[in-house]
Write a protein that binds this ligand. Structure first.
Ligand code: FBP
Length: 555
């Protein structure tokens, strides 16, 4: 056991995560049942032409083997590599523990290779062998520090060929890529390339991201979302108590989640803030930035009229991209930066704005010039390796505060006070110790990935379903990654990517929120969820989140 574990950490290390019934006898005693062949969610012909070898594979589900328990099965050892890709998410270590225990249940001589620092570790052959002693130090812990993570995008044939060299030298049967939508897209592309080159190593994905936007009929949630939002909700609850105690500040809390507002929505369901902006609704209603600010200012004014110059507002970090005129600006900037990066390198903000305005539309130039210099600079920052604007670096909450202040100044009938504080919760929750739900879910996803690897199921994502029905009813299996894909514009080009799951306005979580938000705006209906509990009654310790329960009709 690691010396740097706290008292709780030591107790937590003893926790044995639970598994779906189909996996409890080990990876050798799993029956793989194939369903119907599949199609991608959109752009079928295009995706099929890009994935000629792996497109259309069936969904597979795992069943407990009907062979008698005493019947000993044996198999040759398997050699599996694992990569942690993208932003940290609670439970990643348990996915690795699930893979480790899964392949050891096939043969005690099976080997797990951990590639260091994300996909670049696979490309450059930087790795460690994960043995039992190392694994045991990280069970049920947060973070990705066992092998670290990275955001390198594997996309060129040179990179793929370097990966082939590494997996061939290491004699790997499979590589598991634990990542979000972009990383799992990479997993599918790499698997397709391996197969086209007759490389026997398969590539298996695993659904990770606190953002909660990698989900569909078969992937009910991405791991890490549950723990991260519970962690943010604890702190938001604490801030609500403070706001209600001092009664002198408005707190504006920006929450991570990239494009999707799932984190903000779930935090709202857990804590009942006075304001919670949902980017997807703003886009649907085609609200301008001015209209969004007016909506927030209206709540501030309403509360002030009731003698309440305080409150809590939740702001999703991807907000600006969803305000139509700013969204257009961001995509035009992305396109311009993709083609003219060298032309603007080294220029100061004002000069960069002037230069970029010659490549974007007149309307977008007006929007860009209307924003404060700090926000302009942040919108022009380099895109990440997948072509996304880095929304966690944009001070949206400060922009909203400033603009609400201006809006209220212009209202003759506003007699209240508006003193606002800003917060950003993101990194605080990404490496939290996993909740029981994430500990179990991640371990199960990892174990299921070992079954996919052993059965040579190339281009599949590990899946565990029926998550609200109690672990004894969880169903493990695998989903072809191409099934989740469509074509999107990235870095100025059309690319196959896994379709992002945004907040659905006709979905149960949003409807539940929308039916209550007016009441929450004017009252202090705050709830104080408190810290995640690991020991105690199951209804407290094993509870899932509102989003999945509402989506699955479990509340
Ligand atoms: P993934 O999509 O890779 O899971 O990352 C999620 C996330 O935490 C986003 O919520 C956030 O916008 C982004 O990572 C921050 O990126 P970075 O870790 O590179 O600062």
């Amino acid at each position: 056991m690691s010396d740097n574990l706290s008292v709780l950490g030591k107790a937590r290390a003893e926790y044995q995560p639970k598994l779906p019934v189909s996996l409890t006898q080990g990876a050798l005693k799993v029956k793989v049942v194939k369903g119907e062949n599949t199609e991608s969610v959109r752009d079928q012909e295009k995706i099929k032409s890009l994935f000629p070898n792996t497109y259309g594979a069936p969904v597979v589900s795992f069943e407990k083997c009907c062979c008698s328990g005493s019947e000993e099965k044996t198999a040759a050892p398997v050699r599996v590599g694992v990569v942690l890709s993208g932003g940290q998410a609670p439970g990643g270590h348990n996915v690795i523990a699930g893979i480790f225990d899964g392949i050891k249940s096939i043969s005690k001589d099976s080997v797990l290779i951990g590639f260091l620092g994300g996909p670049s570790g696979l490309e450059n052959g930087k790795y460690i062998q994960i043995d039992a002693e190392l694994m045991n130090k990280y069970r049920n812990t947060g973070g990705f520090d066992i092998i670290q993570s990275g955001r390198t995008k594997l996309e060129t044939t040179e990179q793929f060929d370097r990966c082939i060299k590494v997996v061939t030298e290491l004699k790997l049967d499979a590589v598991t890529i634990i990542g979000g939508d972009d990383s799992n897209t990479n997993a599918a592309v790499l698997g397709e390339y391996f197969q086209s080159k007759n490389v026997s190593c398969v590539v298996v994905g695993c659904p990770k991201t606190i953002d909660g936007d990698l989900k569909n009929e078969f992937i009910e949630t991405s791991f890490g979302f549950d723990t991260a939002v519970k962690t943010y909700s604890e702190v938001i609850g604490n801030i609500m108590r403070d706001a209600n105690s001092a009664q002198k500040y408005w707190h504006f809390v920006k929450l991570m989640g990239r494009s999707a507002s799932h984190i903000g929505l779930e935090a709202a369901l857990q804590t009942h803030p006075n304001v919670c902006l949902i980017s997807e609704e703003i886009k649907e209603k085609k609200m301008t930035l001015a209209a969004v600010i007016k909506q927030v200012a209206d709540v501030v004014a309403l509360r002030a009229a009731l003698g309440k110059n305080f409150g809590v507002a939740l702001i999703p970090e991807g907000l600006l991209e969803f305000i139509p005129e700013v969204g257009v600006l961001i995509s035009e900037l992305s396109e311009a930066l993709a083609h003219h990066e060298a032309d603007v390198a080294g220029l100061n903000t004002a000069a960069k704005v002037e230069k970029l305005c010659t490549w974007i539309s007149k309307e977008s130039a007006v929007v860009l010039k209307s924003l404060p210099a700090g926000i302009q600079e942040q919108l022009m920052l380099d895109r990440d390796s997948h072509g996304n604007v880095q929304v966690s670096l944009i001070d949206t909450e400060k922009l909203v505060i400033e603009m609400v202040k201006q809006e209220l100044k212009g209202r003759a009938d506003f007699k209240g006070k508006f003193a606002a504080l800003n917060h950003f919760f993101g990194y605080e929750g990404r490496c939290a110790a996993p909740s029981n739900f994430d500990s179990d879910y991640c371990y199960s996803l990892g174990f299921a990935a070992s079954v996919l690897a052993f059965n040579k199921m190339n281009g599949y994502m590990s899946s565990v379903r029926d998550l609200t029905k109690g672990i004894e009813n969880w169903k493990a299996g695998g989903i072809p990654i191409t099934m989740m894909m469509n074509i999107e514009r990235r870095h100025g080009a059309d690319k196959p990517v896994i379709q992002k799951a945004l907040v659905e306005l006709d979905g149960a979580p949003f409807k539940y929120f929308a039916a209550r938000r007016d009441e929450w705006a004017k009252t202090e209906s705050y709830t104080y969820p408190g810290p995640i509990q690991y020991f105690g009654p199951s209804e407290i310790c094993d509870a899932t989140n509102f989003t999945i329960r509402l989506e699955r009709g479990a509340m």
